[in-house]
Design a protein around this ligand. Sequence first.
Ligand SMILES: O=C(O)CCC(=O)C(=O)O
Ligand SMILES: [Fe+2]
Length: 214
Amino acid sequence: MNKIFDQLEFVENPLYESIIDDLLQRKYSVIDNFFTAEEVEVLRNALLMKYEEDQFKKSAIGNKTNELIEKEVRGDFILWLNEADAGKAEEVFFNRLNNLIDYLNRTCFMGILHKEFHYAVYPEGTFYKRHLDTFQNDGRRKLSIVCYLNDDTWLEENGGELTIYVNENANEQAVDLYPLPGRMVIFESQELEHEVQRVQHSKRLSITGWLKTR
Ligand SMILES: O=C(O)CCC(=O)C(=O)O
Ligand SMILES: [Fe+2]
């Protein structure tokens, strides 16, 4: 199909439009129920199976120092996803994300060419100290995306909030977001510092990733 038909077929998507509006206005967007309860359950089960099979690795931080210092910064365990040999669960995930990426590229000329995603498990007692995602020394990271895979028994006292630091009229404000199942948070990687508060009583499950240019 040629370009003109492509454009004629374009259908405005209200959800994606609201994400774009949020990003333009405040550099982050929170989308509850981006994934359905069933999709979250399937992804959570896939994550837990791999976690129990010991496929996860202790996360590292940009400048490799020693284990002790790393634990003081971030305590999660991760497993990178490979879209090329994704299972059924991850296929649903990538389809949904690719749709959003296509839309962003078409409507905002975002120029997103690459993406990288990993599963993450924050065991009880762990956290990720305040940082910018360019900490990982990757200037190509444009948008950070986090999708939460906890079950619906997740309680406020479990902590694990994602705190995003936003500047409003030169005042810094901390926005606390609970890792609720099906919730997706998307924010500007180069702009917003954020942290994961200490997780209590349970482990915190998610997929985190980046949309990248060039
Ligand atoms: O899990 C989250 O809410 C955020 C994770 C994060 O900041 C990161 O992996 O860089
Ligand atoms: Fe981060």
